[in-house]
Unconditional design. Sequence first.
Length: 591
Amino acid sequence: MRIALVPLNPTIGDLHANASLASAAIDKARANRAALVVLPELCISGYPPRDLLMQEGFVHACERTAHELGASAPGGLTVVVGCPVRAGRGIANALLVYRDGAHLATYHKRLLPTYDVFDEDRYFVPGTQPVVIDVPAPGGTVRVGLAICEDLWKGDDAGFGWRYRDAADPVAELVAHGATVLVSPSASPFVCGKGQKHREIVAGHAAAHRVTVASVNQLGGNDELVFDGHCFAFGPDGKVITNGLLFRDGLCVFDTRADVPPPRSLVEGVIPPHLQGAAFALSQDTAAPEAPVELLLFEALVLGVRDYLRKTGFSRAILGLSGGIDSALTAAIASAAIGADQVLGVAMPSRYSSEHSLHDAAALASAIGMHCITVPIQGMVEAFRQGVDPAFEGLGLARLGERLPDLTEENLQSRVRGTLLMAISNRSGAIVLTTGNKSEMSVGYATLYGDMNGGLAVLSDLTKQWVYRLAKWLNANAAACGFAVPPIPESSITKAPSAELRPNQTDQDSLPPYEELDEILARYVQGRESPASIAAHTGIAPDTVRRIVRLIDTSEYKRKQAATGLKVTSVAFGSGRRWPIAQRWSHEPPA
């Protein structure tokens, strides 16, 4: 049997457009002589639809759209489409099956993830029954079992397998009902390393039950989440049949019988402009490890930026260019996403800005081919000084800059820059991209209503060390990523990081080396280790660990007001980490 897996890129709530994408893909699957076409989880509504599911009329409109799609599908082709449906007084995350204009079956997702960014127990009721369909194929009817995402992973891809320890195994029940092929549409957000885990899980199911198992993931960015559109299948021997392109809009077609010649286009995809002619590929035809992690991160962030802007109605972006590594990498990613001619850089020097920083900002803009303007802010800062110093004096407080370091003066410079960027945004209609990284955001080294101003935080889930690593990789693979020359100035990579808000300032004036900070951050936020455990396992001074952990905890109020950030790690500062602001939990025993 020939199966077509389609990694659609839906826009949440745009039901007609999503159905049009699905219809075009179904026609293409028919042209490739597929007997079965499988579309992603909730592709009619887009994933995650969140509280739209509670809006009057939304689920009914999704069902109606899915039925119209199924009724118009080409004859002889079995279509599996993801859609929310009414289920008694609740809603189910469902697969609807159509053939020859008729609705054949409905499957309700049985395992509902409720951890990290997932909140499916809030919206859906779990299914209780396996569903196996008979699909006519040239070699005879094939029994195909239906599963959805978590039904296959069972939390094992994210370390939450214990949640389903006492639950029925949807895979085993499908096989018990005679399925020889399992298909599992998915909407699983990209996280570094998760794709390899998914392939291992599917290979294990296939080998353990002696069946063919295929998975198709949603593609594209929806708010903070990025989906890689990965399609793959493993045969009854546990060996890979097909392993499709990641981050590509296209079609993955394969045959379940080894003696059937492969279709003319086994895997097809539209290569985005920034990777046309690339010397590397994201597809593998074996179960080999994933592509270089830097490539996956770059692809995920580029797609996340492109789709966030496209789906929210922006075509242009602006950002502050400081000459530092963070703004340089953000500019390069934005240029790859929407084109350098649609990205504006704004250099905003103050009296503390160094000449080499201005030079690096200009060199970056030249290398990328983006426009950059310079707007000195010292006059604006002085105007604020004339306004606030008399107020400070009247309150018996120190004037700006009277004693250095002066956090108030430093923050004022940042807020002037943020106000300037927002003014240009208002006038031009371009979205402001913030440039802060995860290390800075973790300890609050960002200014509310200043450098935190903006609509999308591109690097907010990359630690400082990963920013450097990705920048170096991008320079080494510049041509393959669509750049005429390495985009990141070497001096932006080699110089000591600094906010340049006071004389001779560096980040390490008040922070430990980033190697230590990022290790603490990973262990505390992602590993959820205690300060004592972190110090014991790393050898970092206990006082340093406790200080950084305190900064992470007390900076939550800032992160709650930050721009949406693209998630690429297992735990990001976003909807998946629900930390209270007003809390007094202490890791230290009471005195």
